[in-house]
Design a protein. Structure first.
Lengths: 180, 180
């Protein structure tokens, strides 16, 4: 399964109004603290991979997930292979990774306000030290990548946003760029 | 926290009778399938570390845990640093490890019948392709390693077993030895 994502920089207030008038379903707000790791045996910046522990706090309590992201398979929509599973204890997994030689490289803190619009997830992201963004996401099989990407672009247009302004750099990448 | 373990090869029937007459508490039986991984950047056989995914089925359903074991800190009692956390999906974690370059090296299948005796865990292990063993375990702080080891040896004697017959090789090691 692949994750198709289109992201633009946009103030949230106008987008919230469009979501409301389009009848989007409010899917709640969560706070995420993402820790990205460096590997001992590969340069993830070079191989275009990522390993992340995500601590998430929402209305239903807190959860931790570990995610591997593979290299881009389709640059246009930023599609990657993602493998993810829940873990009981973020600190214990951090200690295991540390013992294996993986080390925390960067932390991204987000508040994410989620909506569902025509089966796509629309997320209003407020990123610490970066500002406000809107992201449209959908899972896709490899054979559906192109049509799913077009659907995501249509949802952005419905929200008054321009898919041509897509930011392909991840929040992690933007943060690393802004700190240089 | 360290794990102190003393293990001997022993038929289970006589030990079950001693446990019963000593008033040990039956803590249930579980089936475990352990997969050990090779690392892409270190030879765990040389560094004396291990990375394991354990799938466990018991009366309360099935669980998965991931465990890192560090090198021996005290050879006598086989004490190691262990870091462990539960994970939601064994197959997803296996895929993440695979993507990172870790590969399954060996599988150990056990049936483990557990008892609690004087706060120590006594486990009657039936290991596929190896036979029957009895293991006495207890967690210990680094400062308590020696006294905890002595307590474990006393429990073995109470069960009619000889701590001097301790097997220091792991089930994984015994299986690898027997397959050579």
């Amino acid at each position: 399964m692949y994750e198709v994502e289109l992201k633009v920089r946009a103030g949230h207030e106008a987008v919230r109004q469009r979501l409301s008038s389009l009848g989007a379903e409010d899917a709640g707000t969560v706070r995420q603290i993402d820790t990205y790791y460096d590997a001992p045996h590969r340069d993830f910046a070079e191989t275009d991979e990522a390993l992340r522990i995500r601590r998430e706090e929402g209305e239903d309590g807190s959860t931790t997930r570990v995610t591997y992201k593979g290299p881009l398979v389709e640059a246009e929509s930023k599609s990657r292979r993602e493998i993810e599973t829940g873990v009981d204890d973020a600190d214990d997994l951090d200690s295991i990774l540390d013992a294996l030689g993986f080390s925390p490289a960067a932390v991204v803190e987000k508040e994410r306000e989620r909506y569902v619009l025509d089966d796509y997830t629309v997320t209003l992201d407020s990123i610490a030290d970066l500002g406000e963004f809107v992201e449209v996401e959908h899972e896709a099989l490899e054979s559906d990548l192109e049509s799913t990407r077009e659907g995501a672009a249509d949802r952005l247009r419905d929200l008054g946003l321009d898919p041509d302004e897509q930011i392909r750099t991840s929040y992690l990448g933007l943060l690393l760029d802004s700190s240089q």
